[in-house]
Design a binder for this molecule. Structure first.
Ligand code: ZN
Length: 106
């Protein structure tokens, strides 16, 4: 951690906590996706792809789509500037908020 005294510390917002939260979210979604894919292949192997109702492949696709949608919604909800609450964009390490210009900790 480089603590430069010339930077205005009071206006720097720490997004480390936020990034940690999003990292954990990605892990959970990844785990959920793995379970869905694992189940899909297991179900396809068991039924031989000839399920009576919906095919495991369709259910698996719907499951993955849902996980992706939930992830996107939560990401958009959390990944926001602490100052102006605007979405920070698809940048992992923003130095500044591109809307209000507030400094964000790396
Ligand atoms: Zn902002």
């Amino acid at each position: 951690m480089d603590r430069s005294s010339d930077a205005d510390q009071s206006s720097v917002h720490d997004v480390t906590q936020l990034k940690r939260r999003l990292g954990r979210l990605s892990l959970w979604l990844g785990a959920a996706a793995t379970v869905v894919v694992g189940w899909g292949f297991w179900a396809m192997g068991t039924t031989g792809g000839q399920a009576s109702g919906l095919s495991p492949l369709i259910l698996m696709s719907v499951g993955l789509l849902l996980i992706g949608m939930i992830g996107t919604v939560i990401w958009y909800g959390l990944w926001r500037c602490p100052e102006c609450r605007r979405y920070l964009g698809n940048i992992l390490n923003p130095r500044f908020c591109h809307r209000c210009g507030v400094k964000l900790s790396p």
